[in-house]
Ligand binder design. Structure first.
Ligand code: UT7
Length: 335
């Protein structure tokens, strides 16, 4: 029997209509467009409508990814969603709601929680299911309504985050050329306090105190996270390239987590990446956590920049702390 590999067959994304610009934020907190652009590279981000939920955005991204893959909905045998802003904490899973919205029934569906690293973590889940022979067509989606956990009086976080979704079909193949080259995912819980949403959860169940203290909002040690992000992202990419004997010049698309332009620039520079190799969407979408990498892949596919067979290097970092990198070809059709 020939070996089965996982391949990245298609990409899709959805961004909500409403734009929250730096000028809008200037009216909400003590900040300036100049400060935000200089310190983060972000000019605007998208915000979901009040009645538009993570599963709605995810389902729209999934519809595109499914259509572009050519896989029939009835042949999808696993749906996995990465999010830290699920429709419900914690039942039903957002993946169950997405499957229902897509009209896919009787399918295994579940969520994972790995913050901004969620999408690359999902790829490791899909790879394991496909290469073990348990599943053939895995729909993976990173989606966030991050605005639902942002305190819009906290200038340290509200300038960074945005909403959106990105999805991909990961399919079984016997063609080694299409296979994932390598993937590495890791975590270090001793830095758990760098990025936290303290409530709701069993540590802080919903109470008046939770509301009074604003514990339902994301809390971030921004500067400490920044420094660790640069160090970890750089190290992770160096290791995966060295291990696979690939030179950074040979990577047409370096797609890092879109957290802050200065982090991406520092990592890109230390890896000696040229500007045209580095994918940047942070300026127009901000940090969309688990959706950031698939949204960025979708951007280069839709603009015709990502072609069939081209190598992608993904690199991400987020709450947990978690981090992950992946080296894989785009096995779908060029636009
Ligand atoms: O996606 C998950 C991972 N998350 C990240 O990777 C986020 C990483 N962190 C960051 O992107 C940056 O740390 C921030 C953009 C959040 C903050 O930038 P920074 O250069 O690290 O600023 P800082 O926190 O060291 O603060 C410097 C100064 C402070 O003022 P003082 O104490 O020097 O007077 C802050 O109060 O900047 C002030 N400040 C602001 N000023 C204007 C912080 N936020 C703002 C703001 N506008 N929005």
């Amino acid at each position: 029997m020939s070996q089965i590999y996982a391949s990245f067959k298609s990409i899709g994304a959805y961004v909500p209509e409403k734009v929250l610009s730096n000028a809008d934020l200037e009216k909400m907190v003590d900040t300036t467009d100049e400060w935000i652009v200089k310190r983060t590279g972000i000019s605007e981000r998208r915000i979901a409508a009040e009645d538009e939920y993570t599963s709605d955005m995810a389902a729209k991204a999934c519809e595109l990814a499914i259509e572009r893959s050519g896989v029939a909905k009835e042949d999808i045998d696993l749906v996995v969603c990465a999010t830290v802003t699920p429709d419900y904490f914690n039942m039903p899973s957002t993946a169950c709601l997405i499957s229902d919205k897509l009209g896919i029934r009787d399918v295994q569906a579940f969520d994972i929680s790995a913050a901004c690293s969620g999408f690359v973590y999902l790829l490791s889940v899909a790879k394991a299911f496909v290469e073990s022979g348990m599943k053939k067509n895995v729909l993976v989606v990173g989606a966030e309504k991050f605005s639902s956990i942002v305190d819009y009086t906290d200038r340290g976080t509200c300038i960074l985050f945005g909403d959106g979704a990105g999805a991909a079909m990961i399919c079984a193949t016997t063609n080694k050329e299409e296979a994932f080259v390598d993937l590495h995912a890791s975590a270090d819980g001793s830095y758990a306090d760098f990025l936290v949403t303290p409530a709701p959860g069993c540590v802080n169940p919903v109470s008046q105190r939770v509301i009074d203290e604003g514990l339902q909002y994301v809390q971030m040690k921004g500067n400490e996270t920044f420094k660790l992000a640069v160090k970890t992202l750089t190290k992770d990419v160096k290791e995966i390239l060295e291990k696979n004997e690939i030179n950074s010049d040979d990577i047409p698309h370096f797609i890092p987590h879109q957290a802050n332009y200065r982090i991406i620039k520092a990592v890109g520079d230390s890896l000696k990446m040229k500007e045209e190799q580095v994918v940047l969407t942070v300026g127009k979408y901000g940090n969309t956590s688990a959706a950031s990498i698939p949204m960025a892949i979708n951007d280069i596919w839709e603009s015709g920049r990502l072609k069939e067979g081209e190598l992608m290097l993904l690199d991400t970092f987020g709450g947990g702390l978690t981090w992950a990198s992946a080296l894989l070809p785009f096995a779908g059709k060029s636009k």
